[in-house]
Design a protein around this ligand. Structure first.
Ligand code: URA
Ligand code: SF4
Length: 215
């Protein structure tokens, strides 16, 4: 009788012994630490300078990111870029990644409907995120939305309650949680969108200020 391949439950089984950016990217491209690799086109690893003093952490690659193989290059990424410029942050100075490295989706007609990673998937993929943080050693983690915040700060953390605060965390000197740019794009009406955008940009200005102070 054929023996079933044992299911792995974490990216930890795929981490390379020697950690460099190149070795992490290569190893992550073969990750089967959770079922999400099965439907996705490719692993979308974080990108940015190794000397970056901030890491921006989103949720997971979207449709465009899955096809391109790069984080935050679709609508949410373009919106993020615009807000970063307004806050005085150069995207090329920061490292950008996601809590989960494969696109989770379900078919809806011809479209691929974005799904939300659950706590098991967040936990399974966390070793990649922690390896990125260890490699970059940033001053500040910017947690974009609930999934990133949950992955690093636990499921009890509420972005709505602690948005825009500089927090002392285990993984870096500082962290700041704020909205996910997609949440702003999906705001129910123009008034809410304007408010969230103003709050988001103000949060990014706190990041910019903190980076200036720490340098
Ligand atoms: N949303 C995310 O959280 N990450 C991306 O890379 C793109 C969209
Ligand atoms: Fe591995 Fe993360 Fe992809 Fe799951 S989502 S297969 S843990 S890289």
């Amino acid at each position: 009788m054929a023996k079933a391949t044992p299911e792995t439950t974490s990216a930890a089984d795929f981490l390379p012994a020697r950690r460099s950016y190149a070795s992490l990217v290569k190893a992550a491209s073969h990750c089967e630490g959770c079922p999400l690799y099965k439907r996705a086109t490719q692993t979308v690893f974080g990108e940015g300078p190794k000397t970056a003093r901030a890491i921006l952490i989103g949720e997971q690659p979207g449709d465009e990111e899955d096809l391109a193989g790069h984080p935050f290059v679709g609508p949410a990424g373009r919106y993020l870029d615009k807000c970063l410029v307004e806050a005085g942050i150069d995207r090329t100075d920061v490292y950008v990644t996601n809590a989960v490295k494969h696109f989770k989706w379900t078919p809806r007609g011809k479209r691929r409907l974005h799904g939300k990673p659950n706590s098991r998937e967040l936990a399974a993929c966390r070793p990649w995120l922690l390896a990125e943080i260890e490699l970059i050693e940033p001053e500040l983690l910017v947690l974009l939305g609930a999934s990133a915040a949950q992955s690093l700060l636990g499921s009890k953390f509420r972005v709505t309650r602690q948005r825009g605060q500089l927090l002392k965390v285990d993984y870096a000197p500082w962290a700041l949680a704020t909205y996910h740019p997609s949440a702003i794009l999906r705001a129910p009406d123009e008034a809410n969108r304007a408010r969230m955008k103003a709050e988001f940009t103000a949060d990014l200005k706190i990041v910019a200020k903190q980076l200036k102070r720490a340098s």
